[in-house]
Design a protein around this ligand. Structure first.
Ligand code: SAM
Ligand code: SF4
Ligand code: SF4
Length: 415
């Protein structure tokens, strides 16, 4: 057996990781005792780590390791980690291990977070209720987030307008330093002059438009200027073609309302024109006077399906995401669900979001960023406290037991 293991190590050194894996999997079939199987599985896991597949790595280890063995393993895998942020990779591995072991109190940290930075905004969109107060994220929360940045795969920042938060650049610099993806949602009217801050980092820039001609846009996005918007989107389009923006993803957000439901095809053309990577249709969740009636919604959904048909037929390089409450069901829709940033089920758990994500809004309420209507379940104190607070422990336990409680109670992802 040891000869075979040495052979696989040599192949690995020569860069032939798949052949090295083949040898180990053959060995695994023959290995009869627990210790041999553990040894082979540990070597297989290391190769998966080298290939950045942290789920498969843990699936191989989970049956053999207890907490102590896992901790020793994590102390001895630096040479297999190819990403430059070792803390994050070790945190993901520990987190996956804790999911595999169905733990509800976690030593691993959240791997993604969403935060509202400010309620200041340069617009007053007709349907928006996010800018009621003059909230700005407290200094201690900012420090807490920065201290956790080395663990995050992704930090999503919302507003108001993130560019009106005077310390936004501090967050961007820290995300860059620790190679975390920074996601924003913006009206893009201040994007042109701020675009360079996203150079050479993983960024996901979501732009909300809602109206696809000057008249409709400016009726919805009060104080907005369609010409300024399109100038900024031209800058965005030019920028993302540059090498220094190769890690940038772009999304176009559209809230479907009774004043824009006929513009789905225009939204699609607009997304193609400005090279957006994805088009995301949202359901209105307040200001219900703008809610489309049943026929209007049907019309919009029919149009969304037509756009999806076009993408499939023409093989356009753009994705369409839809809010789950819009009930647009296609082959791959369940995977995409509402929020395409979060992968929900693996390691034997129906939804792993409560093990991965934490979100806080401007009222200091804690929730998950999985869906825009996700109910809040706790007051925020610190990331550490909320992460293993009693409410989230109960939610995790309920998902393990299949006895679902809020905010997951009726979530279609579980059924
Ligand atoms: C509150 S905004 C904040 C970010 C930024 N100011 C913007 O407009 O993109 C975040 C997202 O919520 C959407 N939104 C605003 N009001 C909404 C509502 N009543 N229902 C659903 N989505 C809404 C916006 O269109 C935007 O895509
Ligand atoms: S730009 Fe965004 S935050 Fe500002 S009013 Fe419009 S939807 Fe609300
Ligand atoms: S609401 Fe749904 S997607 Fe969100 S954590 Fe619960 S089960 Fe997962």
């Amino acid at each position: 057996m040891y000869e075979e293991i040495e052979k696989s190590k040599k192949l690995l050194k020569a860069g032939e990781s798949d052949s090295a894996l083949d040898i180990l999997f053959n060995l695994l079939e023959k290995a009869s005792n627990f210790n041999d199987r553990e040894k082979v599985c540990t070597d297989i896991a290391k190769i998966y780590i080298l290939k950045n597949d942290y789920t498969k790595a843990v699936e191989k280890l989970g049956d053999f390791f207890d907490d102590l063995k896992m901790s020793i393993f994590l102390d001895n895998i630096d040479e297999y980690i190819t990403e430059n942020n070792k803390d994050r990779v070790k945190n993901i591995l520990l987190n996956n291990f804790e999911i595999f072991k169905k733990k509800i109190i976690l030593k691993s940290k959240p791997s993604s977070m969403l935060v509202i930075l400010t309620e200041k905004c340069n617009l007053k969109c007709i349907m928006c209720e996010s800018v009621k107060n003059n909230y700005t994220v407290p200094e201690n929360v900012l420090t807490d987030i920065i201290n956790h940045m080395k663990y995050f795969e992704r930090l999503t920042c919302l507003g108001g307008e993130v560019f009106l938060y005077d310390k936004f650049n501090v967050l961007v610099e820290n995300a860059k330093k620790f190679d975390a993806e920074l996601g924003i949602c913006t009206n893009a009217l201040l994007l042109g002059k701020n675009i360079s801050m996203f150079e050479n980092m993983k960024a996901s820039i979501g732009v909300s438009v809602d109206g696809f001609d000057k008249d409709t846009y400016e009726k919805i996005r009060i104080n907005g200027n369609f010409d300024v918007l399109t100038e900024n989107l031209e800058i965005l389009k030019q920028s993302i073609q540059k090498e220094s923006f190769k890690q940038t993803r772009t999304l176009l957000h559209v809230v479907i309302m009774n004043i824009n439901y006929k513009q789905i095809r225009q939204a699609f053309d607009f997304a193609l024109k400005y090279n957006f990577g994805a088009l995301n249709f949202l359901k209105l969740n307040s200001s219900f006077q703008y809610m489309p009636n049943e026929q209007e919604m049907e019309y919009a959904i029919c149009q969304i399906n037509e756009c999806m048909d076009i993408i499939e037929k023409e093989k356009y390089n753009i994705q369409i995401f839809t809010d789950p409450n819009l009930n647009v069901f296609r082959e791959n829709q369940k995977n995409l669900y509402n929020n395409n940033n979060i992968k929900r089920s693996d390691l034997g758990i129906r939804c792993n979001v409560p093990w991965k994500n934490i979100a806080i809004n401007s009222d200091s309420d804690v929730y998950f960023e999985c869906r825009c209507d996700c109910k809040h379940f706790e007051k925020f104190e610190t990331i550490e406290k909320s992460w293993n607070g009693l409410p989230v422990q109960s939610i995790r336990q309920a998902i393990i037991d299949g006895n679902y409680i809020e905010p997951c109670k009726d979530c279609s992802i579980l059924y």
